[in-house]
Design a protein around this ligand. Sequence first.
Ligand SMILES: Cc1cc2nc3c(=O)[nH]c(=O)nc-3n(C[C@H](O)[C@H](O)[C@H](O)COP(=O)(O)OP(=O)(O)OC[C@H]3O[C@@H](n4cnc5c(N)ncnc54)[C@H](O)[C@@H]3O)c2cc1C
Length: 272
Amino acid sequence: MALEVTLIDYARDPLTKLYGAYRTCYTPKTPNEVWAEIGAGKITPEQIRGFIQERLKTGHASPLEQVVFWFGISGVSRSLSHQFVRHRIGISFEQQSQRYVKYKEERLDYVTPKSFEKTPGMAEEYEKLMAEVTRVYQLALAKGVPAEDARFVLPNATPTNFQVMVNFAELLHIADLRLCWRAQWEIRHMVALMRRAVVKAVPEIGVYLQPKCGDKRTGYCDEPYQDWERCPMGKQRPHKEQIFALFREYKAGNLVPLTEDDLRRVEDDGQE
Ligand SMILES: Cc1cc2nc3c(=O)[nH]c(=O)nc-3n(C[C@H](O)[C@H](O)[C@H](O)COP(=O)(O)OP(=O)(O)OC[C@H]3O[C@@H](n4cnc5c(N)ncnc54)[C@H](O)[C@@H]3O)c2cc1C
């Protein structure tokens, strides 16, 4: 069962919407006047992009709620969906029902983690369990147990589908958490595909979708130090403990400027 993410649509002209929202905050003009200028072509696309890029460097994030995306997501496990629906602000979900949709295939489709495939003997055990689940589920349906009750035997591996509407502020927050190496692999992969789709459609803002340690987000890792040491991105991004340690050194006056002697030691190295 393959995980698929489709960017179904996004609210028309997101950059101009964002420009209008930010501009309304910083101008004595009314929104009507701002949009009249836009409509008359007095604001070039470069000006719109430039203005937005400057605002995106600040913490003024609420205008990002006015940019909206719709995604179709399929082939994800119920294990993922439990995690996904915990996001509760700025996102709306529609999810395939296990009451109205019965699994009629000979063998239930299911998501298999790679770790089961890689661990000797476990793929077979997994397959056996899924076959038994399928047997009991279908027997229950055949004997007249309603689908809403038969589903009680279905595992976290059962696939599900979503249509999701999410605003960009929340999408940034979801990326902060779920693109982090500490997030679970399946939801990390799904959010990675969402990120790639947005980058393709609206690169100007899509590039801001990063894990929270990204250079366009907080810039540092606030996860446990041991996890930072193991994370592939830990080589690129500092841990917050390192930043605090550096700040303490600085406040204590231990970060002294390089002296002429320091410079010479390097400059003259190999010349003696
Ligand atoms: C690596 C990882 C491990 C996790 N492990 C667990 C776990 O073991 N158990 C578990 O139960 N969950 C776990 N979660 C889920 C996590 O606790 C959140 O429920 C989930 O990430 C949704 O994020 P959010 O709360 O920021 O909600 P979102 O809806 O994405 O964010 C909304 C934001 O609005 C604000 N907000 C929303 N509601 C309120 C409120 N009532 N009061 C104040 N502010 C509010 C908060 O700032 C919040 O961040 C885990 C998540 C991650 C990424």
